[in-house]
Design a protein around this ligand. Structure first.
Ligand code: SAM
Length: 282
């Protein structure tokens, strides 16, 4: 907000500005103010940012920037930051979060250039708050890798975290990822948040197999945040453990089911194997 104590022009430096992830009403008053008073805007795609600025009635020079821009261009931008107030935005949400900006911020700080972050929308945080999953500890793990081995590695890493894990995902890959979660992280509660802040926003929470079934029947459109809840506490009741084993036994051998549930709960694998054999024979 500009008031009589706020100078007309911003002091030189880099201003990281979050923009909406769908609903344009989510731009903050401070973001609008900084965009109005800056000298130029560095952005991923000048057409996308041009549309946002037009909607806000703001006209500024737009410079294309991504972290893969060659070092000489980044150095030119760093030179300009010495005496210009430059805003960094991405196409949507918070810059740097699975978006360009990390190298620029790192270099700007190394060059003693002032860096300010103007917070706002971020799909990971919006999805987490909507999911109903525990949020006291969470890990943001970016996009789940597309290649199968890398995806399995990423999920195995997540298996060791006593925290909700948040991934960015795309519609065409969602079902494959949910099936991998079912195998690698059995028994976890999973949440899929889609089209956040937009007209068709939805957030479904359930088991990975339920969600895989749902989304293979209803191929998902739009942008997705995929979240995996933390492992079930070891003191889970026998009934919970039986339910986990029974779900895993639907399509796994007793040894695999016991291994998965042991990983998910921290309970003894041999005891779980014995119980899995009992349940299978019932
Ligand atoms: N920096 C952005 C942020 O703060 O959310 C994320 C950029 S990343 C390139 C884009 C990914 O974020 C999408 O593929 C999707 O996984 C997630 N995403 C962005 N907007 C979303 C939305 N409205 N609903 C659900 N997921 C979204």
């Amino acid at each position: 907000m500009t008031d009589e104590t706020t100078p007309e022009h911003l002091s030189a430096g880099l201003y990281i500005v979050a923009t909406p992830i769908g609903n344009l009403g989510d731009i903050t008053m401070r973001a609008v103010d900084v965009l109005k008073r800056c000298d130029a805007v560095a952005c991923e795609d000048t057409r996308v940012t041009g549309k946002l600025l037009k909607h806000l009635g703001i006209s500024k020079p737009l410079w294309r920037y991504n972290d893969h821009t060659d070092a000489s261009e980044r150095n030119r931008l760093l030179d300009r930051l010495q005496d210009n107030a430059i805003v960094l935005v991405s196409d949507a949400g918070t810059p740097l979060i699975s978006d360009p900006g990390y190298r620029l911020v790192q270099d700007a700080k190394a060059a003693n250039i002032a860096v300010t972050s103007i917070p706002g929308a971020c799909a990971a945080i919006t999805g987490l708050t909507l999911s109903g999953l525990p949020n006291d500890r969470f890990l943001f793990a970016g996009f789940l890798p597309n290649k199968e081995q890398a995806r399995i590695r990423a999920l195995n890493e997540a298996a060791g975290m006593a925290a909700t894990c948040i991934f960015y995902e795309t519609g065409p890959r969602l079902v494959k990822s949910l099936r991998a979660i079912k195998d690698i992280l059995p028994g976890r509660t999973v949440s899929v948040a889609r089209e956040l802040t937009k007209l068709h926003e939805e957030c479904r929470t359930g088991s990975a197999s339920e969600l895989a079934e749902h989304y293979s029947d209803h191929p998902p459109k739009g942008e997705i945040v995929l979240m995996v809840g933390p492992p079930v506490e070891p003191e889970a009741s026998d009934l919970d453990v039986d339910a986990l084993l029974l779900e895993a036994l639907r399509d796994q051998k007793a040894s695999q089911a016991a291994g998965g549930v042991a990983k998910a709960t921290g309970l003894d694998r041999k005891l779980l194997y014995a119980r899995a054999l009992e349940l299978r024979s019932q």
